[in-house]
Design a protein around this ligand. Structure first.
Ligand code: KG4
Ligand code: ZN
Length: 336
């Protein structure tokens, strides 16, 4: 059973071919980072135009790398939402046309649910149930995952997503875009205790997060210096990052203890963060829990996770001649 996955919800155009839900035959990701860099963030109109340019060549490359022909595809899975409307439409329209032409079934999958699935692509030992931290430029949430399609959101950010906070802090320090990887790298050279930034909602009773106050605290701290050149950038990055980590680690610890499970996972672009990996490994060691996380390419948006989840959702697939042509993008699709 070979599933073709298509992802275009934000600024990555991706096509993957995955066998039996976890054997990745190819996973081509065309990133638009350089196209959006000069604007300091994703420009939706530009993103959809780039998806339109990229989707066909990325599809052809995916087939070539997997050494497959279009007819070898058994099922097509596409990100239906949530995401940018114009971007989702490109992937969904391409998937519908392909399903119709190749006479293959089509299934729409939820983008965040596919992030929850992503650690399975590289870890055959991962078993349900587990607590998952999904952290990206657009999402920050904790889930109790009991099975495919059986999950409950335990908490979420009430304002900025973690990746967004990283990107904004990098912008204040004029470090470049996207800011996450740059702040992560500079933090290694700084002192995490140099500046005492707030740990919002650290002791709140719920499992929600808030990062906008931290972002503002960084801004006020930077303003204390006569110019940006005088700011101890590495110390600011390290102290900001440690404030983020303290909250993320405390909340995942609380969620896991409350849910009485012994496995944790993480996913999304911020799951590439080197300090987050160290801190969650330490937590898992202390508590005797198992910790699984995807490699960087599987953390950021990619179609392998779409195809992988699509395999498990094959029962919901529609035949092309009947209803698959009605499959529509769902930009605001809420997760359970
Ligand atoms: O999942 P993703 O590729 O796209 C979505 O937002 O959906 O995540 C991108 C986000 C950006 O905000 C980026 O700055 C952040 O992930 N990011 C990181 C790191 N690598 C990427 N944040 C912190 N540390 C990193 N190493
Ligand atoms: Zn994502």
């Amino acid at each position: 059973m070979v599933v073709l996955g298509i992802e275009s919800s934000c600024d990555e155009t991706s096509v993957a071919l995955v066998k039996k839900g976890n054997q990745v035959l190819s996973n081509v990701v065309a990133s638009q980072i350089k196209d959006h860099r000069e604007y300091g963030g994703v420009v939706p109109e530009l993103a959809s135009r780039k998806h339109l340019e990229n989707i066909e060549p990325v599809f052809q490359l995916g087939l070539k790398q997997a050494k497959l022909k279009p007819q070898d595809i058994d099922l097509i899975a596409v990100t239906q939402g949530p995401g940018l409307t114009g971007s989702l439409l490109i992937g969904v329209s391409f998937a519908r046309a392909l399903a119709y032409n190749l006479k293959k079934k089509l299934v729409g999958v939820h983008h965040i649910e596919s992030h929850l699935y992503s650690p399975f692509l590289e870890n055959s030992k991962l078993k349900f149930p587990f607590i998952s931290l999904v952290v990206s430029g657009g999402h920050t949430a904790l889930f109790h995952v009991k099975g495919i399609g059986k999950y409950r959101q335990l908490g979420h950010t009430v304002d900025d997503a973690v990746g967004e906070a990283y990107d904004k802090v990098a912008k204040m320090l004029e470090l470049g875009y996207p800011g996450g990887p740059i702040v992560d790298r500079l933090a290694k050279e700084g002192d995490p205790k140099a500046i005492s930034f707030p740990r919002a909602m650290l002791h709140s009773k719920n499992l929600n997060f808030s990062f906008s106050g931290l972002k503002t605290a960084v801004l006020y701290h930077i303003r204390k210096y006569p110019s940006l050149k005088k700011v101890p950038v590495a110390d600011v990055c390290a102290s900001f990052q440690e404030a983020v980590m303290d909250v993320l680690v405390a909340k995942i610890k609380k969620a896991t203890q409350q849910s009485k499970v012994e496995t944790i996972t993480m996913a999304g672009g911020v799951a590439c963060n080197s300090r987050l990996r160290v801190r969650l490994n330490e937590l898992a060691d202390q508590q005797g829990w198992q910790f699984f996380y995807p490699s960087p390419i599987m953390c950021t948006d990619n179609a392998a996770m779409i195809a992988g989840l699509g395999y498990h959702k094959r029962g919901l697939a529609k035949s092309p001649q009947s209803t698959s042509l009605k499959l529509e993008a769902r930009p605001t699709w809420a997760i359970a």
